[in-house]
Design a binder for this molecule. Structure first.
Ligand SMILES: NC(=O)C1=CN([C@@H]2O[C@H](COP(=O)(O)OP(=O)(O)OC[C@H]3O[C@@H](n4cnc5c(N)ncnc54)[C@H](O)[C@@H]3O)[C@@H](O)[C@H]2O)C=CC1
Ligand SMILES: O=C(O)C1=N[C@H](C(=O)O)C[C@H](O)C1
Length: 267
């Protein structure tokens, strides 16, 4: 039998958190120790997750949870601001973080990497847990060797707090590793309306669409002489992210360093 991994979930009532609760519950070798939720602090998970048979308590803050519980992994599916705070706090307290929130700067990633290595702890920061999205990024990096003119369009639901998405930022980073800086468009182009050409990153243009009805989508457009290539991924629901969350909880237990992006733990 596999060793049981004791998990705490931050953000259990969110769109991702609700899926993650179900994943933890149905996975035999995962144990939900407790949840962190500012609204239900002092209560139990049963209060907002009908049908749940366990006794996991809810803490208002991660600090309180760490003081009272023993666990292996923190899964964070809250907000960019809280995800960052929880990543540092976990590593400082001997807990392995699996962070799904986005918005980490390079300096913050470097600081967390150092902290994880110093403490010999695994830490996974995953801009996107969906296998298809990881392949979309890998294919984009491959294509960038041959097509230097690139525009990224990421499309998300209108409740998303950060723009561009973590996936778009990671895609830019992976493309940067595969191609030199190249400024997109005409050298003398002018935006008569600010923002019309999107954000400029390593010469690429990144456009963020926010609409009700969307979940999480991205297309990377490559232009060449007389040809276009589009690499696109669509998450139609949050279940698409759960196999990546499961693998991350399992893999973070075997790591003693920080991994940024699941492509680094895929064969
Ligand atoms: N890496 C990935 O593959 C994915 C990452 N995400 C990211 O995950 C995060 C959550 O996404 P959704 O579930 O769609 O958002 P959501 O808004 O539905 O859920 C966020 C939850 O966090 C809770 N929360 C806020 N502050 C908190 C705190 N201090 N302590 C505990 N809980 C707190 C909120 O009450 C809410 O229930 C976002 O940052 C999003 O960008 C979303 C989908 C996929
Ligand atoms: O907020 C979301 O929904 C998502 N966030 C991640 C991101 O910023 O890339 C992953 C996915 O796109 C969904």
């Amino acid at each position: 039998m596999e060793k049981v991994i004791r998990v705490v979930l931050a953000g259990p009532r969110g769109k991702m958190g609700t899926e993650a609760l179900q994943l933890i519950e149905r996975t035999e070798h995962f144990e939900l120790v407790s949840a962190v939720d500012y609204k239900y602090g002092g209560g139990t998970v049963q209060q907002f997750y009908p049908g749940y048979q366990g006794e996991a308590a809810v803490y208002e803050t991660l600090e309180e949870c760490i003081e009272n519980e023993k666990f292996d992994v923190l899964v964070d599916l809250t907000t960019p601001e809280i995800g960052k705070k929880h990543a540092f706090l976990s590593l400082k307290n001997g807990i392995r973080p699996v962070i799904g929130t986005t918005g980490f700067t390079n300096d913050e990633l470097a600081e967390l990497k150092e902290l994880a290595s110093q403490n010999g702890l695994g830490c996974i920061i995953a801009p996107n847990f969906a296998i298809g999205a990881i392949l979309m990024m890998k294919f984009s990096a491959m294509a960038a060797k041959y097509f230097k003119d690139i525009e990224i369009i990421e499309l998300h639901h209108d409740q998303k707090l950060d723009a561009p998405s973590g996936t778009a930022l990671k895609t830019v980073q992976m493309i940067e590793e595969a191609r030199e800086y190249k400024r997109q468009g005409h050298p003398s182009e002018v935006e008569t309306e600010k923002g019309a050409r999107g954000a400029e990153m390593n010469g690429m243009r990144v456009h963020s669409v926010r609409l009700p009805g969307l979940v999480a989508h991205q297309q990377v457009l490559f232009g060449g002489d007389g040809q276009l290539l589009t690499v696109r991924h669509d998450s139609m629901n949050r279940a698409s992210f759960m196999s990546g969350v499961k693998v991350s909880i399992e893999e973070v237990m075997k790591l003693s360093e920080l991994i940024y992006g699941l492509e680094n733990i895929m064969d």
